[in-house]
Design a protein around this ligand. Structure first.
Ligand code: BES
Ligand code: MN
Ligand code: ZN
Length: 492
């Protein structure tokens, strides 16, 4: 993986990167003026600066975030100059720029990037962008395309910025972990394998505690939803409980993540196009696990318990059936008429367990829960549900600041009547519209006295990207890790 280091003096890389931004709008000409150089903390040297300034009009750069141009300087030092559009210069634009740079400069071994004097936001964005934009998932080591090896970041006070770089690096590494888990084929990542990955990542860190429940413990303790959904698979279900418990923490957050390692739909089987990407149906679990590992890595002073119910929703003689009644942890029952609405059944168990046994201050769940998320909001936004305006606002702020996107949706009581069942406490999959809303209303039934301290994020849509753009690379996005870490960092 790309190494990023802070330096205060010119490091002699063959390639120097200078930021550029939109020039002053030209009042006489609506097409605007060319990009201008951004003043940097450590000046690149008069000759390089003058040459770059003279060059700018001919490059036709506008300064928009993510524009990149290479300029060759035969015999010069540096031998190659990269001009990088950083737009407004805020963190998000720097993130976009960093990702574009990582891709454009993939044939370089080492680059040096000069940052402006006020470097905190720029560094955070740049480092995350470089690390996320250069991500690629491969199952084999051989045959990889070249990638940038080292980025030196030129600032005036490296020591003062070390913490910022650490936060960015941890955030990006954990996002990459979530992407890796989500991209991994389901033939590899059965529930047992996923739990082993968590154990490996958590081992040796003080303050982190892990408990993994297998089918027998789940049965003994009454986790009927996880057992029903996992019952059709040759690979038994697990419940991962990962606890980051720092000394002196005053707030306790429980994060729950849907961990369906493959979703065939079960007996209510999905058609081919809907099934082909269902290895991503554990992206919620991957995100909450990675965020918790990140909280531990950064030593955030907040207790975080993460629950990842893991199951494979398969078709077999032992699969649960439409019309089955499931008894969840704590005793509530669900009539399930569609085995493809499996996510809410495993989440219900985990949430009921959190409310009854862990009694946290706040409860957040992340899930690739419904196709309706994308119908309502398109491919980039998660759907956020909460009865708590302050909590919803804080989460949206953190998610946005981290460069992710979510949109608040209503827990509209109009649809609650559809959750009624003739034979059970709840009907888990009423067949009518408002799919994402109804799923959220169903989950709300398991929040007990945490009802107004709970938020649900349906992240089916943004968990995957169909193409490479900005800091996203085609495939799993790791959605949620960045926003959750930002949010956790605001809690004391
Ligand atoms: N895992 C799917 C939701 C999904 C769809 C995630 C597309 C990512 C992309 C979920 O288990 C599911 O199948 N939901 C059903 C619910 C319905 C049966 C009530 C859906 O959305 O169709
Ligand atoms: Mn499903
Ligand atoms: Zn699913």
């Amino acid at each position: 993986m790309l190494v990023i280091r802070l330096v205060s003096g010119p490091a002699g890389s063959d390639a120097l990167v200078l930021p550029v931004r939109p020039g002053k709008p030209d009042s006489a000409d609506s097409s605007g003026s060319p990009a201008e150089l951004v003043p940097t903390a450590v000046a690149p040297g008069d000759d390089v600066r003058a040459e770059s300034a003279a060059l700018l009009p001919a490059t036709r750069l506008t300064g928009a975030a993510g524009e990149v141009r290479e300029h060759l300087r035969p015999g010069g030092a540096p031998a190659r100059l990269w001009l990088l559009g950083v737009g407004s210069g805020d963190e998000c634009d720097w993130r976009t720029a960093g990702a574009a740079l990582a891709r454009a400069a993939k044939d370089e071994t080492q680059i040096t990037i000069a940052l402006p004097g006020e470097a905190t936001e720029a560094l955070r964005g740049l480092a995350e962008g470089l690390l996320l934009g250069s991500y690629r998932f491969r199952l084999t080591e051989s045959g990889g395309r070249p990638a940038l090896a080292e980025a030196l970041v030129l600032v005036d006070d490296p020591e003062a910025l070390a913490g910022t770089l650490d936060a960015a690096r941890t955030t990006a590494e954990m996002t990459r972990l979530a992407r890796d888990l989500t991209n991994t084929p389901s033939s590899t990542k059965n529930p047992e394998w996923f739990a082993e990955q968590v154990a490996g990542a958590a081992s040796g860190r003080t303050g982190l505690h892990l408990r993994v429940r297998g089918p027998q413990e789940l049965a003994a303790e009454g986790f009927g939803g996880i057992l029903a959904v996992g019952g059709g698979s040759a690979s038994g279900p697990r419940l991962v409980e990962l606890d980051w418990r720092p000394d002196g923490a005053r707030t306790h957050v429980v994060l729950v993540g849907k961990g369906i390692t493959f979703d065939t739909g079960g007996i209510s089987i999905k058609p081919v196009p809907a099934m082909k990407l269902m290895r991503k149906d554990m992206a919620g679990a991957a995100a909450v696990i990675a965020a918790t590992l990140g909280a531990a890595e950064l030593g955030l002073p907040v207790r975080v318990t993460t629950l990842a119910p893991l199951a494979e929703n398969m078709v077999s003689g032992s699969a649960f059936r439409p019309g089955d009644v499931i008894r969840h942890y704590g005793g509530l029952t669900s009539e399930s008429t569609n085995s493809d609405a499996e996510g809410r059944l495993v989440l219900a168990d985990a949430m009921a367990y959190a409310v009854r046994e862990l009694k946290p201050d706040l409860l957040i769940d992340l899930a690739t829960l419904t196709g309706a998320n994308a119908v309502a909001l398109g491919k980039r936004h998660a759907a956020l549900y909460s009865e708590n305006d302050a909590l919803a606002g804080d989460l949206l702020d953190a998610i946005t600041a981290a460069g992710e996107r979510a949109w608040r949706m209503p827990l509209a009581d109009d649809y609650v009547e559809h959750l009624a069942s003739d034979v059970a406490d709840l009907h888990s999959s009423p067949a009518q519209g408002a799919g994402s809303v109804v799923a959220a209303l169903y989950l709300r039934e398991f929040t007990g006295d945490l009802r107004d301290r709970w938020a649900h994020l349906d992240m089916s849509a943004p968990s995957w990207s169909d193409d490479t753009h900005g800091e996203l690379v085609k495939g799993a996005t790791g959605w949620g890790v960045r926003g959750l870490l930002r949010w956790l960092a605001t809690l004391g």
